[in-house]
Design a binder for this molecule. Sequence first.
Ligand code: FAD
Length: 603
Amino acid sequence: MAEYLTHEHDVLVIGAGGAGLRAAVEASAAGTKVAVISKSLLGKAHTVMAEGGIAAALANVDDRDNWRVHFSDTMRGGQYLNSWRMAELHAKEAPACVHELEAWGALFDRTKDGRILQRNFGGHRYPRLAHVGDRTGLEMIRTLQDHGIHLGIDVFMEHTIVSLLKDGDRVAGAFGYDRERGRFHLFRAKAVVLATGGIGRAYKITSNSWEYTGDGLALAYDAGAGLMDMEFVQFHPTGMIWPPSVRGILVTEGVRGEGGVLRNKVGKRFMFDDIPPLYLNQTADNEEEGWRYTQGDKNARRPPELLTRDHVARCIRREVREGRGSPHGGVFLDIAWIKSRIPNGAESIKKKLPSMYHQFKQLADVDITEVPMEVGPTMHYMMGGVRVDPDSQMSDVPGLFAAGECGAGLHGANRLGGNSLSDLLVFGKRAGQYAACFAKEHSAGSINLAEVEAAERKALEPFNREGGEGPYVIQYALQDMMQELVGIVRQDDEMRKALEQLKELKARSQRVGVRGHREYNAGWHTAQDVANLLTVSEAVTLSALERKESRGAHFRDDYPKKDDNFAGFNIVVQKGAGGEMKLSRVPIPPMPEELKQIIQEMK
Ligand SMILES: Cc1cc2nc3c(=O)[nH]c(=O)nc-3n(C[C@H](O)[C@H](O)[C@H](O)COP(=O)(O)OP(=O)(O)OC[C@H]3O[C@@H](n4cnc5c(N)ncnc54)[C@H](O)[C@@H]3O)c2cc1C
């Protein structure tokens, strides 16, 4: 008989990052009883690391900006596989969401006349990112959590959800344990919002935090929801590469937004060598024009360093493979050079990029005001996730919602920097609003005790396997394999090999053993993570095999071109009746004429 503590709420939000907190605030403001659950301490969710800013067409720095330009930039960045409805809602609603955050006490850097300052970022036509130095995520979390606590949200920190509970088709709650004591908890809820973030820990080199083990995606998949766009895994072009202990840590795009340039080992700005046709008209064709753009010249076009992340990452990979890389296998990112252009350059770098300055000084003993940084691609963001209705964020499972990085749709084949923090605000808010509506319109579902017992038994299995293989060995093997075989450049035979290895790893994971007791047992926590990572890795690999073209973040050596035959659908993965992973091609609904026209106008 399962032993657990029971909690009852109208809306249960799993995840205390930007999306989860924003959803919780909205559901609570709508008068429902809300709980938020987080694997880490409140205030420590991955969002806290976000640096560059929140994309919103406030038009404070360039008055030519508006939602139509933001919409078209987002669609172009996503190579038109985005949910156009989500891109429309996002572009229209992001400015009000930023102002709302400001009204709740968030600090922002300011223009001279006191408005929220906005900076340049890759793929955005105008300076669009509202920011606080390079610590924007921290400010967002601080503000949302203060606001949420005052609304009376219940918070369960350091709790891990291992299973969603259903009543027939609909969701009825979730089951998990507290990490401190290892006690089980049953959360009954009329509606559940997944806001668990991404899957970065499926890869060896990543900017993502330890929490990013794809839990929400695996929970939703097991509950019957579809996962969409799983082939689109974003590799950020600039992660630290040296020393090895810090490999993967992000170097914000803000460095390039402030004038930083990429050079190879002979000092050449190689990004001018390859500008994709889709961006030719919008990109500077000489260094002088690029510099003027970063300094706010409205007549200049952006430098090629600010092209989309997928493209910049592949150009860096090309330089390294062709022998023009830096000593540790990356390229050079130089912000120190701006000292030759502006007075007090070193002070300006420290003021605008304080975290970057300290990060390199403390972790690599490099003074970025004096010498270039060594950088290379790092797995950064998951465009794919739980398939949701664009307006309400409800998944295929009634009562189950998803928002933030664990949801899919807004970004299509490639996310623009800054569009995640705005995604969290816009769709976190919508998820909270519609989850509250669902909770008001439905009574609580009944809990199937056999389902609870099965979840508890499964969670405890690793303790019963004395001498079983440790979970870390499997996690490391998986990370090596995904990095090598389903990474930044893919091909058919390698991905088939990956599927074979996934099968073996899955079998090994079912024999995994942990020792000790349930209190703060990191091995036990990792055993749960590994199962989720295996599910999402299989979904990534199968979807990547199915998309036989190169588009956005998905690049195939064996199909290096974009193919119109793959332009009209998203790939969705769902659990089949026999427990197998089923793929389908889901056509993208036709775009309304007025949105088509916007895209035409902005070309
Ligand atoms: C270094 C870095 C810098 C970035 N900078 C920017 C930027 O400037 N602008 C931008 O737009 N984007 C940026 N991003 C991306 C952006 O930060 C993330 O996409 C975003 O913060 C994700 O927020 P979220 O609310 O979806 O998830 P998170 O903030 O990751 O929150 C996930 C929550 O879910 C909880 N959770 C997970 N699994 C479980 C479980 N099983 N049970 C209970 N709780 C669980 C976690 O504990 C956590 O509380 C950056 C990313 C990184 C890594």
